[in-house]
Design a protein around this ligand. Sequence first.
Ligand code: SAH
Length: 414
Amino acid sequence: MTESSPVRATKPKQVRPATEGWTQKKDAEGRPLLQFASPKRGKPPVHLADLTPEQRAARVAELGMPGFRAKQLEMHYFQHWTHDPADMTDLPAAGREEFVHGMLPPLLTEVRRLETDRGDTIKFLWKLHDGALVESVLMRYTGRITLCVSSQAGCGMNCPFCATGQAGLTRNMSAAEIVEQIVRANRLISDGGLGDPRRVGHDGERVTNIVFMGMGEPLANYARVMQAVRVMTDKEHGLGMSARGITVSTVGLVPAITKLADEDIPVTFALSLHAPDDKLRDELIPVNSRWKVDEALDAARAYFDKTGRRVSIEYALIKDMNDHAWRADLLAEKLNARGRGWVHVNPIPLNPTPGSIWTASDVPVQNEFVRRLNDAGIPTTLRDTRGKEIDGACGQLVATEDDQAVAAATPLEV
Ligand code: SAH
């Protein structure tokens, strides 16, 4: 470090995580509450995307139709992105509405849509059948279109810097509710709704990449998330997307990471680490009380060994809290101790959340953090966060009071 460096060698300032403007829920022992089980609520209606191809055929038969009708519905839903019986003239008119409704019940009612980046970023607010609210964020980049999907309404992981965590867990989403976010986004893209139509071509465009970085902890809703991933990647009976383009991001539920590695679906895996030392991570990521930094990193390395997919470490840079040069060095050391070429680091400048007293790191500090990791041989790139102006960036997804009021006045699609 040189004299003129903005990062001084004096004793680094250490801000400890604290909450302000909201109260963190605690368990009986006074530790931040972790909610793994989904509160009991009315289940969403069963939908084609919740079922395996065999179950679909059985359900079609239950509704009094021959099995091959399932294939027709799959075409309409996964390739033309419609659940409207009026679009399905290849189905017999008699009983069509009832049949389609029985297989493709409406799951998401659009409450609100916010756009930024000249229409290249769109945040959707959806109401589910029971009034629960979730969001997804659609982003056009050069050469790819990414959808950030929610996997739970709310989140039970209680991370104090994330707006979703502050609201607690409302419930798990069904596989079809997860998939429907993509179908609706594809529909909007094909209707020319993403980006200025004078600027972009829409022919055949659709969502190419999925990140499970909306509301929720995907691995706490494991079975439904995996069913959704199977539907996303199924070429014959689903959306036919590439598994590599799907990123599952987790706070670090170690047994579920191990299970994910054993599935035969090589999705991209991302671990939200945010601190290389347990002392700080215990406070930043409450689930660290169950699975420590080293256990989470071992599981991430094992994911690479099983799948050959390079894993990604997410690290929100928070001023004077986790952005110290020594932490960059410690992170590099822990990653290199587990081998080379298996991991890259994705620092995210902290996005502001309501009531938060924490701020993103200063740019020179951020750059120094990135430089140290790169110099240690760990490929490190800052995440280009989108949607900050519409509260659509990482960690900002939460249904506000205003959202709730608009949602209450929006009738459910029937
Ligand atoms: N529950 C999952 C996925 C949702 S969040 C997980 O934690 O990985 C997606 C990413 O955004 C996570 O890495 C999360 O830690 C990060 N994040 C949360 N709040 C943030 C904030 N205020 N600023 C920047 N990133 C944030």
